[in-house]
Design a protein around this ligand. Sequence first.
Ligand SMILES: CC(=O)N[C@H]1[C@@H](OP(=O)(O)OP(=O)(O)OC[C@H]2O[C@@H](n3ccc(=O)[nH]c3=O)[C@H](O)[C@@H]2O)O[C@H](CO)[C@@H](O)[C@@H]1O
Ligand SMILES: C=C(OP(=O)(O)O)C(=O)O
Length: 425
Amino acid sequence: MVRYRVRGGNVLRGTAFIQGAKNAVLPMIGAALLAAEGRTVLRNVPVIEDVRRAVELAQAVGAKVEFHESERTLVIDASRLTSPVLPAEIARRFRGSVLFVPALLHRLGEAIIEGIGGCNLGSRNLDFHYLGYKRLGAMVDEGESVIHIKAGGLIGAPLYLDTPSHTGTENLIMAAALARGTTIIENAALEPEVLDVITMLTRMGARIRGGGTGFITVEGVDELTAVEHTVMPDRLDAGVFAMASAITGGEVSLVGASLEHLGVVRWKLEQMGVEFENHGAVLQVRRNRPLRPINVITDTYPGFATDLQSPLMTVACLAEGSSYIHERIFDGRFALAGELNKMGANVEVEDSRAVVHGPTPLRGAEVTAHDLRSGIALVLAGLAAEGETTIGSGYLIDRGHAALAQRMQSLGADVVREISTSDEV
Ligand SMILES: CC(=O)N[C@H]1[C@@H](OP(=O)(O)OP(=O)(O)OC[C@H]2O[C@@H](n3ccc(=O)[nH]c3=O)[C@H](O)[C@@H]2O)O[C@H](CO)[C@@H](O)[C@@H]1O
Ligand SMILES: C=C(OP(=O)(O)O)C(=O)O
């Protein structure tokens, strides 16, 4: 019942603080549950709904978790896990629930998954995860609504992924970390978040080689210990704030953003006319010429991040000419086009390709977030639109962006988060 209200036309200027990475902290919470003794401390934790759900899920399986939100710090004591069940009412609300499975297998010998959520982006299979667990010696029973995985001690094995799945790689590394013997994972994901998780696991005592090469070797160890770790900055949050600055023709300092992690996104935005400059540890973003159109093909890292494809579609609506977007990771990630068209955009979609005919002046409208990134893309559209835009299903935005309205307001944007009385989520 959350909605965002945006009044467009303000030029964004000032400093934005980039949050810790959602897609790194969720596997780290799963990793913390692998430690049978001591308390794990995670710092720079984003205060987002997905983390709140992960805390509830960790508590549901028996861990003691304190989320000190004002300190952006999680303290996790997983010395006693009591239940292998990932209950539907929590697990269905976020994708990260899938990352609790390795700890449950190692600590309790089984995991019972009553549901897995996450953004609705078309098919989101988990076959690589299940096949990997099976090759490590687990039994996987895929029931209609409940998945039951049992393991009486995992044993290292050669594994591969058909495509470099992000959470698939993290899960198989965690499963292999406490398995007996050596596991090799071929075609592993290269995302910076995966490397940050490997860094944390290595500090915990895991023996992992080859992170970032696509070919990972894990020598199983007997136990992992609780550690303190600072979560890397969220490159998707940084990309969104960079695009917000670009869309309004403003200039914003991003504290905590890494240009290196933005990768291809940086080059594409530069081609569109956005300027980036590192001022020491602060990333300066500005745009003071008209936006040019762009061609984008999404891919696994280091390719263009699919999660930034939606906000980029909004930016493309304002570019002078037609932009072409080819979505190669998810088969249902274009619901945004219909919403942008309600605001006056001209986006044509055919299968996995979209053509954005710019520039089209955007006007405020009542629109709906279909997933986290389409939600934030509509907030960006609202910043550029004439009049007021209301974005329903705002919980989806809260899943992944911390204190969005406050951070936008501090840059001069007119963005308000409201609790509505309608039935939407
Ligand atoms: C919590 C988290 O980290 N979420 C991110 C993660 O999701 P997630 O880890 O779910 O994404 P994957 O990399 O696993 O999925 C990518 C593609 O591979 C397919 N696939 C995946 C696994 C599998 O076993 N079988 C299979 O066919 C999926 O259907 C999808 O089409 O990476 C995505 C791609 O960068 C991001 O958009 C998400 O923000
Ligand atoms: C797809 C996303 O998240 P999740 O995998 O958590 O649904 C996202 O962050 O855009």
